[in-house]
Design a protein around this ligand. Structure first.
Ligand SMILES: C[S@@+](CC[C@H](N)C(=O)[O-])C[C@H]1O[C@@H](n2cnc3c(N)ncnc32)[C@H](O)[C@@H]1O
Length: 472
């Protein structure tokens, strides 16, 4: 960036519209300016944080005119915590903006003929909708400007969420609107207990401290899993903590802990100890049961995941005769969900424990027409794999944010399945892949689904149907 621009204040910048990733757009001297944490219609002073020849990024430092789209954020942590960045916009507008993001990305990137994008499927619960939250213990609590300016001493231990872009600072959460009252009680109760017992909170710089991380997962029918990660192998401290949780919160149905002496918080490679209750919780969907262990992935908004899978199943239009490939199957939830409507479903995913969960979930539900394979998609999905199984009539694909590898897209083009149902949490990479697939497919339906109210994230399902030879 031209150094001259950095920190320059752009005065009276009119915020025009929402762009990608929740940022809004204004213009200054003909250049696009991306500004975060504002709303279309605001007029702000914005300090430039980054600049390139064609655009700038800036943060609002003063608001002169408030947009009529603004509503009062309900969370006291809004603006500090990075969790719910769109609380200042009404839910109706959030939904409209999310749909518009899909329209914009497809028009700008896919550049193919499109049907009308359907109105987004909104969430009934716009608060307390997450089934998993991950809190961090830290001895380096984020202090507000007022706290610093007061010159007083404050408690520096904290239990909460990372400040955006700061790995070492944690905002101490008093109430989180993403998970219900038991979750809030457990987090606040454990923090109070740890402070009163002088248990040490983790120091990320020195990599010391007993209490490191707290994960709370819930399922319908009152099942609650709590996982505590300890940064030191201190049997007394661990026993004290776990005993407190067991006695204080009988609603916990799966109480687990992990001693994690590694540099990072991931625990896929570590042993999980069961302190009390079961080693898993169970989610249900349309009579199916899904076993969720501490290392298993499950969509974090269960109610909206159900809506999403219903859309995918409807787009697939199954009659019971089809061979379906479910690519990037995770723990096989979509595969098992559509199995009753297909002849067979084949799921592929590269995380081996997820594939083990997928198989277990099929067994648990008496589903005998699903097959699961672990491996990298571009290696597994090849001609010999297809010749060993039936050619797919329908492909459901739900890749990570980066979208599909080009070689996978090329394989899909060679496979020529009549239908591809493309589920994505990133309409930008989805639109890029749709452009490549347009060599043989046309887009016939586009349905956004809101999985994450109060954030700018949007999930999108696209139905691609093979073109007739005349159209190709
Ligand atoms: C968005 S999730 C899909 C979740 C799943 N469909 C569900 O609804 O629970 C994407 C999945 O792709 C898997 N994945 C990412 N890269 C992959 C690759 N190169 N090959 C195979 N699977 C991959 C991830 O492990 C993750 O489980």
């Amino acid at each position: 960036m031209s150094r001259k621009m950095k920190n320059r204040v752009l005065e009276q910048l009119k915020i025009e519209r929402i762009a990608v990733e929740g940022k809004c757009v204004g213009h200054h001297e003909g250049k696009v300016v991306f500004v975060s944490n504002v709303a279309p219609g605001d007029v702000v002073d914005a300090r430039v944080t980054r600049g390139r020849s064609s655009f700038m990024e800036a943060e609002a430092i003063a608001i002169h005119e408030h947009s009529s789209d603004r509503v009062t954020p309900f969370c006291s942590h809004f603006g500090t915590c990075g969790g719910c960045k769109w609380q200042h916009i009404s839910y109706e507008l959030q939904m409209a903006y999310k749909r518009q993001q899909v329209v914009d990305q497809f028009q700008r990137i896919a550049k193919v003929p499109l049907p009308a994008v359907m109105p987004i499927i909104g969430a009934q619960n716009t608060r307390y909708y997450r089934n998993k939250l991950d809190f961090t213990f830290s001895n380096n609590r984020w202090l507000t400007r007022e706290e610093i300016d007061s010159g007083e001493d404050f408690e520096r231990n904290a239990l909460g969420f990372h400040i955006p872009k700061r790995f070492d600072k944690i905002v101490d959460i008093q109430h989180c609107y993403l998970q219900g009252s038991l979750s809030n009680d457990i987090r606040n109760g454990l923090r109070e207990f740890a402070l009163s017992e002088n248990l040490s909170f983790y120091d990320i710089i020195r990599q010391t401290g007993l209490l490191r991380n707290l994960i709370i997962r819930t399922a319908q029918e009152d099942q609650v899993m709590v996982i505590v990660q300890f940064g030191e192998d201190d049997p007394d401290g661990i026993e004290k903590t776990m005993h407190f949780l067991k006695e204080g919160f009988p609603g916990i149905t799966s109480l687990l802990y992990i001693v994690n002496l590694k540099k990072n918080e991931t625990f896929q490679d570590l042993d999980v100890q069961v302190y009390a209750g079961k080693d898993h919780i169970e989610e249900t969907m349309e009579g199916l049961r899904f076993k969720i262990g501490p290392k298993s992935f499950y969509q974090t908004n269960s109610q909206q995941a159900y809506r999403l899978y219903q859309v995918a199943r409807e787009f697939a239009g199954l009659t019971g005769e089809e061979t379906v490939y479910d690519l990037y199957t995770g723990t096989g939830t979509i595969a098992n969900f559509v199995a009753g409507n297909a002849q067979q479903v084949i799921g592929i995913e590269y995380v081996e424990p997820a594939i083990a969960d997928a198989k277990e979930n099929a067994l648990l539900n008496g589903i005998d027409n699903t097959l699961f394979y672990a491996g990298d998609m571009k290696e597994v999905l090849n001609e010999s794999f297809v010749s060993q199984h039936q050619k797919p009539d329908v492909i459901i694909t739900d890749p990570p944010r980066a979208g599909m590898h080009e070689e996978v897209v090329e394989m899909l083009l060679r496979l020529e399945a009549p239908k591809i149902v493309y589920v994505s949490c990133n309409p930008g990479t989805q639109a890029r892949d749709v452009a490549l697939l347009s060599a043989k497919y046309h887009v016939s339906r586009i349905q956004p689904v809101d999985m994450f109210p109060q954030t700018y994230h949007v999930e999108n399902v696209v139905l691609l149907e093979i073109k007739s030879n005349d159209d190709q």
